[in-house]
Design a binder for this molecule. Structure first.
Ligand code: HEC
Length: 156
């Protein structure tokens, strides 16, 4: 019993010091972390979108893979608004292509993320209803949603 209590105390202690370390991140380090997190979402969006693109270009159709891709795009797209909650526009030295105009137009930015989620959900419905015949339409609905946001809010 004593040993369990001691283990608990040690665990709690290390959790608390972990929290302290987290709180001690400088504003720059925190911003760099935010940038890395949101770029991770976009990398996964790209990875998730790839199989659909390949199928639309005439690759072998795999219905399960196509539907899974659409589901992943919907989930990842839904993570974009929160990932940009932290305004990093005033932080220098970041390696980011995010336009500083995002935070003055956050509602518009969030709407473009919502458009991607809607398109991914519609693509899923199309794939469920039409199977292979729907794959080009599904991809055609998603790609422009990526581009619409990049045109406005991603730097070259
Ligand atoms: C609501 C806006 C928005 C949408 C929708 C969006 N993107 Fe982006 N994307 C961005 C912004 C902003 C960046 C720059 C992020 C940064 O560097 O901090 C970015 C960066 C990226 C990157 C580079 C990531 C890196 O490693 O630096 C890739 C790849 C990418 N997007 C792919 C996609 C794909 C694929 C889609 C659609 C399935 C998509 N994006 C939809 C805004 C968007």
């Amino acid at each position: 019993m004593k040993r369990i209590a001691l283990t608990g105390a040690v665990l709690l202690g290390s959790l608390m010091s972990f929290n302290l370390v987290a709180a001690e991140l400088s504003a720059e380090e925190q911003a760099a972390q935010n940038v890395a997190n949101r770029q991770a979402i976009f990398k996964l969006l790209s990875v998730s979108n790839a199989p659909l693109g390949a199928m639309a270009r005439g690759g072998a159709y795999d219905g399960d893979a196509a539907k899974l891709a659409a589901q992943r795009l919907a989930i990842l797209g839904g993570m974009i608004p929160a990932a940009f909650e932290a305004d990093t526009s005033g932080v220098t030295g970041l390696t980011t292509r995010a336009s500083t105009t995002i935070w003055g137009n956050k509602a518009d930015f969030d709407k473009l993320a919502g458009d991607l989620v809607t398109a991914a959900n519609e693509a899923l419905a199309t794939l469920e209803a039409q199977g292979e015949a729907g794959v080009r339409g599904a991809v055609g609905a998603i790609g422009p949603k990526c581009g619409a946001c990049h045109d406005r809010y991603r730097l070259d």
